[in-house]
Design a protein around this ligand. Structure first.
Ligand code: NOJ
Length: 502
């Protein structure tokens, strides 16, 4: 049960390290940097999709689930990466994208080329209504979730981009196919899977209309089209399948629900081991809100005997330092939040560059790449700002990520934030993460009394204090293990510390 208190590190494959000098990250690049991850002190890496893809959603439009896109390497590169990771004691999760395929997947090509082809039934084609789409469902990327297939006059469903047709999970062939996909990677030795859009697979077969909140929410709690009961027997089968392999293989579901009680349904003892808890990620820098999220998470997860997980960044949201206000204030809060995150009980998911304290990059519109930007006609800026390649060395334009032009421009200040610049600087974000990862507190969690604006809890013999926005506070007596800023004059606002008190 290694996953119960593991730290996972998300590698956004195209932005981690470029091994072949084309400006795009790849598997050999990742392999060459595994030592960094071992030294950082994480337990496992999650690789975002590296499968053949026409890139309508940067790899989340998969054209072949059991191969490597030549831009990222080969299956042999994958095997070598996995072997090296295992030799260093790092586990590897791959991304499985079961809700939809690419429009270029052979199943969908068959489906479009011949309405009688059996592959057509793998997707959700429906006749239109009153000269328009079958219903009013909308895509997460904007506009109708239905695209007209001009040839047949029917529409197909896509909850994301038009180039990402949704699969029909009520079709047992689809279910069987994905068991084969899981086996393919488990046989190669992966330690588990991150499941994309885990609450989405089965659709409401009545196709009832939904009431969309205005303004839009980050979560899918209102999306009655998905989160169907059929998911649970499916995940039980997947769990049995993975449990048939040696080595405690595991699943983490991207369950995009705000309501933790509903998330808990996915992590009952015989279903997925973990689900992302995305709630903390959307809280402001606000002690009461964060405490409420932590409490709700604990209550919901302990009700089913599941492990809480904690996430402050991923490849879909602005960097945490920017969300917390940006600039020096945002970076300071992000450092304090790191000590909160790594002191909470359960598993933690870090996103590459989070340990460097990177901020969201403001990409000029002309250089943006995220389909969200294009599908929304520029109204939504999209996710490129957190997907900029990470800096390893101090000089641009590639900062050790690439010898060529990086696929997204890297700002000058990345030199100062690079791995080389921060290594062995005791005041750096990177060294704070390294220390905290090596000294994560363990033991029972218990809130301690503290003034408003401060989070104080005990883990075993360590007291963790996060001064969110209260006046300065004296530290409890004991051995100061680590602090996110100097505490010579007490615990100032936006500062966290771990103190051994027993
Ligand atoms: C969630 C992924 O994290 C995101 O990047 C992607 O666009 C959607 N799922 C659709 O696959």
């Amino acid at each position: 049960m290694w996953w119960r208190d593991a730290v996972f590190y998300e590698i956004y494959v195209r932005s981690f390290a470029d091994g072949d000098g084309d400006g795009l990250g790849d598997l050999p690049g990742i392999r060459s940097r595994l030592g960094y991850l071992r030294d950082l002190g994480v337990d496992a890496v999650w690789l975002t999709p590296f499968y053949p893809s026409p890139d309508a959603d940067h790899g989340y439009d998969v054209a072949d689930h059991t191969d490597v896109d030549p831009r990222f390497g080969t299956l042999a590169d994958f095997d070598a990466l996995l072997a090296d990771a295992h030799a260093l004691g790092l586990r590897v999760l791959v991304d499985v994208v079961p809700n939809h395929t690419s429009e270029e997947h052979r199943w969908f090509r068959n489906a479009l080329s011949d309405p009688e082809h059996p592959d057509r039934r793998r997707y959700l084609f429906r006749p239109g209504r009153d000269g328009g789409p079958p219903n009013g469902w909308t895509s997460a990327f904007g506009g109708s979730a239905w695209q007209l297939d001009g040839r047949s006059g029917e529409y197909y469903l896509h909850l994301f981009a038009r180039e990402q047709p949704d699969l029909d999970w009520h079709n047992e062939t689809v279910q069987r196919d994905f068991e084969e996909v899981l086996r393919f990677w488990l046989d190669r030795g992966v330690d588990g899977f991150r499941i994309d859009v885990a609450q989405g697979l089965f659709k409401d077969q009545s196709f009832a209309e939904m009431e969309e909140p205005d303004p839009p929410t980050w979560h899918a709690d209102w999306v009655t089209a998905v989160n169907q009961p059929e998911l649970h027997p499916l995940y039980r089968r997947w769990r049995r399948l993975a449990d048939g392999y040696e080595g405690d293989r595991s699943f983490v579901g991207e369950v995009v629900l705000e309501n933790q009680e509903r998330v808990a349904d996915y992590v009952r003892p015989d279903e997925l081991q973990l689900a992302f808890n995305l709630a903390l990620l959307w809280d402001d820098w606000d002690a009461a809100a964060m405490r409420a999220t932590i409490d709700r998470t604990h209550t919901a997860m302990s009700a089913v005997g599941a492990v809480p997980t904690w996430v402050l960044e991923n490849h879909d949201v602005p960097r945490v330092a920017t969300r917390y206000g940006g600039g020096a204030d945002g970076r300071r809060r992000a450092r304090a939040a790191a000590l909160l995150l790594l002191a909470l009980p359960g598993s933690v998911f870090l996103y590459q560059g989070q340990e460097l304290g990177l901020e969201e990059v403001d990409i000029p519109d002309g250089l943006r790449q995220d389909p969200l930007f294009f599908h929304s006609g520029g109204a939504r800026k999209g996710r490129d700002g957190c997907r900029v390649p990470i800096p390893w060395t101090t000089t641009g334009p590639g900062f050790g990520f690439t010898a060529a032009e990086p696929w997204l421009p890297m700002p000058d200040e990345f030199g100062r934030r690079s791995v080389d610049a921060q290594t062995e600087d005791p005041a750096s974000s990177l060294e704070l993460y390294r220390f905290a990862l090596a000294h994560r507190p363990a033991g029972a969690f218990e809130w301690l009394d503290g003034p408003g604006g401060i989070l104080v809890f005990r883990r075993g013999d360590v007291v963790c204090l996060v001064n969110v926005d209260a006046p300065g506070l004296e530290l409890p007596s004991g051995e100061l293990l680590v602090a996110s800023e100097s505490v010579a004059d007490g615990l100032a606002p936006a500062t966290a510390a771990w103190v051994r008190t027993r």
